[in-house]
Design a binder for this molecule. Structure first.
Ligand code: COA
Length: 163
């Protein structure tokens, strides 16, 4: 199978759950595009450039992964990049309704683009980027839930200090 897939998201910040989905996707697809959304309705903590840069660093050892940032319709970007599958992670049943709606709408917009759901390792099913930011801000530990590079990014954001 030489199908390329695209994994879109806000990645604000990327978590080990996202990285787990990326690893699993690469076991299935020979080429993966990780697409960082620019203008999310959610207010981002990190700039799109910072989010993409950290993903690029974390995924640098895999030549078959490309990190891009995007604006506008996901299906358009997928078509432009010749990716016919959209990957989304399903952590729990609560994700399903929103994901199902997006998958159906994307199918309506571009019938040839399929959505594939991946389930992360159970250790990551309760993770979300908002929770990571909240826990860190309130002094809790996020070790093991995000890569060390993200911990450093969070430290810098909240204290202005590099280690
Ligand atoms: N591990 C940890 N967290 C995960 C996760 C995983 N495996 N999978 C999802 N999440 C979390 C994210 O951290 C995020 O948490 P947060 O809400 O606390 O920030 C949440 O689940 C969902 O975020 P994400 O996966 O980044 O999706 P999103 O809802 O921010 O963005 C897009 C979804 C980018 C796919 C969608 O908005 C899009 O396609 N936009 C482009 C415009 C478009 O085409 N619109 C029409 C769509 S039908």
């Amino acid at each position: 199978m030489d199908t390329a897939a695209i994994y879109p998201g806000s990645f604000d910040p990327v978590t080990n759950g996202h990285l787990d989905i990326i690893r699993r996707s690469r076991e299935v697809f020979p080429r993966l595009i990780v697409a960082v959304l620019c203008n999310s309705r959610k207010k981002a903590m990190f700039s799109v450039a910072a989010r993409a840069a950290i993903l690029e660093r974390l995924l640098a050892d895999d030549d078959h992964i490309e990190v891009i940032s995007f604006d506008g319709l996901l299906v358009k970007v997928a078509q432009e990049r010749e990716a016919s599958v959209v990957i989304r992670g399903l952590r729990a049943a609560t994700d399903f309704e929103y994901e199902f709606q997006m998958a159906m709408m994307n199918r309506h917009l571009a019938d040839q683009i399929k959505t594939m759901f991946m389930v992360p390792h159970e250790d990551y099913t309760y993770l979300s980027s908002s929770l990571i930011k909240e826990i860190y801000e309130l002094g809790g530990t996020v070790t093991g839930m995000v890569p060390v590079e993200v911990e450093e990014q969070l430290r810098e954001h909240f204290t202005g200090q590099k280690e």
